[in-house]
Design a protein around this ligand. Sequence first.
Ligand code: NAP
Length: 249
Amino acid sequence: MNLTNKVAIITGASRGIGRAIAIDLAARGASVIVNYNSSEAAANEVVSVITAAGGKATAFKADVSKIDQSQALIKAATDTYGKLDILVNNAGTTRDNLLMMMPEADWDHIMNTDLKSVFNCCKAATKVMMRARYGRIINITSVVGLSGQGGQTNYAAAKAGVIGLTKSLAKELGGRNITVNCVAPGYIPTDLTNVLSDELKQGMMKLTPLGRFGKPEEVAYASAFLASDEAAFITGVVLSVDGGLVMQG
Ligand SMILES: NC(=O)c1ccc[n+]([C@@H]2O[C@H](COP(=O)([O-])OP(=O)(O)OC[C@H]3O[C@@H](n4cnc5c(N)ncnc54)[C@H](OP(=O)(O)O)[C@@H]3O)[C@@H](O)[C@H]2O)c1
C-alpha cells in the first residue's frame, strides 16, 4: 500500500498503537501529523523516528475531547501540508470499574475522550474532505465494543458508539468518495493494557485462537490498508485485528 502524496492525521500518536500507525503511514509515503495531548517528548520522538527514515511528520498538541482543539488539529494539517486525505481517530483511554462503583466523572471522561473525540475530529475533517471529494477515515474501536466486557461499561459503550458513528457517517459521506471504517484491536500490549492483571491477560490469551497477543504494528497494517486506494470500495466495516478473539457472524 503506497501512500505517497497523502496527508494523514493520527490522533493519540505519541504512544502505543497510534505511534505505530504514524510510523507505518509515514513509511508508506504519507506526510503525518502526530497528535498528542500530554506526552510532548514522546510525540517529538515519533517525529524524529519518521524524519530519520526520510519521512515527513509534525507533532501537534490537541486534546481531541475538546471541539476547538480538534478543529485546530485539522487546520494544522491543511496549514502544514495543504490538504487532509486520511484521519485516524486513535486517541483513547480507560477508567475501568464496575458500573455500581463507577464515578459519574469516569463515565463522562471516557465518553468525551473515546467517543466525542471521534465526533469532534470527523466533524472538522469532513468539511475539508467533502470539498476535496476524497477522504479516508479510520476509527479505532475495540473488540469490547462488539462483545462487551464486565468492568468496562463506559469504555465498551464508547467503543460501540464509535461503531455506530462510523456506519452512519459512511452512509452520509459515501457519495463524496469518503470512506469511513473501524479497526477493532484485540489485546495489544501498550501502556493502556500493561496495567491489567496477569490473570486477566492469560485468560484473554487462552480465548485467542491464534494463541498470542497482537502487536501495535499489526493494527497499523490494517489501518494502512483501509487508508489506501486499494480499499476504495470498502466503507462502514469493522475490521477486527484480534487473533480471532471476537468473531463477527
Ligand atoms: N491496547 C489494546 O489492547 C487496545 C485494544 C483495543 C482498542 N484499543 C484502542 O486503541 C487506541 C490506542 O490505544 P493504546 O493501547 O495505544 O493506548 P496508549 O498506549 O495508552 O496511548 C493512548 C494515546 O492516546 C492519546 N490520548 C489520550 N487522550 C487523549 C486526548 N484527550 N487527546 C489527544 N490524545 C489523547 C495519548 O496521548 P498523550 O500521552 O499525549 O496524552 C496516547 O498517545 C485507543 O483508542 C484504545 O481504546 C487498544
